[in-house]
Design a protein around this ligand. Structure first.
Ligand SMILES: Cc1cc2nc3c(=O)[nH]c(=O)nc-3n(C[C@H](O)[C@H](O)[C@H](O)COP(=O)(O)OP(=O)(O)OC[C@H]3O[C@@H](n4cnc5c(N)ncnc54)[C@H](O)[C@@H]3O)c2cc1C
Length: 460
């Protein structure tokens, strides 16, 4: 036996599982296999000057490598059961909160000390939202910022590399079960272990789906979120972002009664490209360091779509829409809100004449040629609703980047220990379809490690 536990994927799920497994002198021999690079070598070639768009690297430095998809993220750890995943359905609400708080203490210990914790508790903004048909979800948000998040990851890695074996640039090709042990197959060689934790995130979702098919682990279809990223002058949202940093606001549209929600709010931040399996979509982040602040705030407006019968490939639907924007714009499209409302495409001169300076170089175009009418109508309605609590949101110059797609993995059938129908095989984090945030993915890693350390019945 090469290892007691092998972890596939060094995103937050895998990292916190490795941390907890090796924290006390547990005697567990642990290895982590990661398709991408060590943190310091993760460099996206897009520099905005010589390389302006995605060149399709063998592994994407934004999504793969130590730190996972979260490494260059805004480092917003939302401590809540109201969004970010449904971990609580498996382990209970109290335990889920307890684990997210534990992860928060670790983030502080490894370099996040002094960062701010925002909270919606007792906020007047909740009332303002309700008065205007909007609903503010409850959460505490630790904002590490992209810069501090990087330092925290660096510090955790320095500790972990002494306690576990890391194999970078080593994608696991498949996992086989032989006589109750697991064979982890890589291009170079095979490794054996007693227990295997799969935490391959969103970028490894197709791989995880294949694994489930091969090992006959039941899955069910999940949702896909489709929308745009909004960018506007930071002053428009400053009364919300100064107090809450990130506000998750939900709106039920009058026309279709669909739910539209704000997602991933980045005050004084930047809009960025995201590459998932070769499809370029949009995302955003911001820095804790004020010197790196921009004059803009960005956030996503998303609508969830869930397909089950006869078509169950929700991700495929989202991918097709993103492909359409890539086909028309060679990547991400950008449009002024005023142009969208007037039914005309944005062009370079209209963007340049606008008062909002884009932080991402995207192709000016027409989002109505890409987004399904129902989704776009919902987003427009929500922009007017937000304009009531943050006047200026519906200004002509507000920029909309498209498309933003949040892909979810198929929901994998796992039990309260996050264990599959194969004893000793655990599927956690975003690739399980159960989590879709830093804090939930990290908490799932701690939980699974504690279940493994607890021994036979897995309860702790
Ligand atoms: C730009 C951006 C900004 C974000 N901002 C936030 C935020 O502020 N707050 C928040 O809560 N969430 C944010 N998210 C989402 C968050 O990053 C994810 O929810 C979180 O990283 C999920 O953790 P994970 O460990 O499940 O998976 P991941 O972080 O995706 O890690 C999975 C790892 O597995 C590796 N892998 C995949 N397949 C294989 C294989 N076959 N073999 C070996 N390794 C493999 C990948 O290379 C990757 O490193 C953001 C995401 C992005 C892309």
């Amino acid at each position: 036996m090469d290892y007691d536990v092998i972890i596939v994927g060094a995103g937050p799920g895998g990292i916190f599982a490795a941390y907890e497994l090796t924290r006390a002198a547990s005697g567990q021999k642990v290895a982590v296999f990661e398709a991408g690079n060590v943190l310091e070598k993760r460099k996206c070639p897009i520099d905005g000057k010589n390389v302006k768009s995605c060149v399709g690297c063998p592994t994407c430095s934004i999504m793969n490598g130590f730190g996972g998809a979260g490494a260059f993220s805004d480092g917003k750890y939302n401590i809540t059961n109201q969004f970010g995943g449904t971990l609580y359905e498996y382990i209970g609400k109290d335990k889920a909160m307890e684990l997210m708080q534990y992860v928060d203490t670790l983030n502080l210990k490894f370099g996040g000390e002094g960062t701010k914790l925002y909270s919606t508790a007792n906020s007047e903004i909740k009332k303002l939202c309700l008065q205007n048909g909007l609903h503010l979800l409850d959460a505490s948000v630790r904002h590490l910022g992209t810069d501090i998040n990087y330092i925290v990851l660096q510090n955790i890695y320095h500790l972990l590399k002494e306690k576990a074996d890391f194999y970078f640039n080593t994608p696991v090709e498949s996992v086989r079960i032989e006589d109750g042990t697991y064979r982890i197959i890589t291009a170079e060689r095979e490794y054996s272990c007693k227990k295997c934790i799969v935490s391959t995130g969103r970028s490894g979702s197709k791989w995880a789906e294949k694994l489930c098919r091969d090992l006959q682990i039941p899955t069910k279809s999940n949702r896909v979120d489709i929308g745009v990223r909004v960018e506007l002058p930071a002053e428009v949202f400053s009364h919300l972002t100064d107090e809450l940093y990130e506000s998750k606001i939900v709106y039920r549209t009058a026309k279709f009664e669909d739910l539209v929600r704000t997602f991933c709010m980045n005050p004084y931040g930047v809009v960025v490209n995201e590459n998932t399996n070769g499809i370029v979509t949009v995302n955003g982040h911001s820095y804790e360091d004020v010197k790196r602040h921009t004059g803009n705030t960005n956030f996503a407006l998303l609508v969830a779509k869930h397909f089950s019968e006869p078509f169950r490939d929700s991700n495929g639907y989202g991918e097709s829409i993103a492909r359409l924007s890539n086909m028309l714009g060679g990547g991400v499209l950008v449009q002024r809100f005023g142009d969208l409302i007037r039914g005309r495409r944005s062009n370079l001169s209209r963007i340049e004449e606008g008062y909002v300076v884009p932080t991402l170089q995207a192709t000016p175009g027409d989002l109505s040629l890409v987004m399904p009418k129902r989704i776009l109508d919902g987003i427009i309605e929500m922009i007017y609703a937000l304009d009531k609590i943050a006047p200026g949101t519906a200004n002509d110059d507000t920029l909309l980047y498209g498309v933003e797609v949040k892909f979810y993995n198929m929901e994998v059938e796992i039990d309260e220990h996050l264990e599959t129908n194969h004893k000793g095989l655990y599927i956690i984090g975003d690739c399980s379809g159960v989590t879709h945030s830093l804090s939930h993915a990290s908490a799932s890693g701690v939980h699974v490690a504690r279940c493994i350390l607890a021994g036979e019945n897995g309860s702790y």
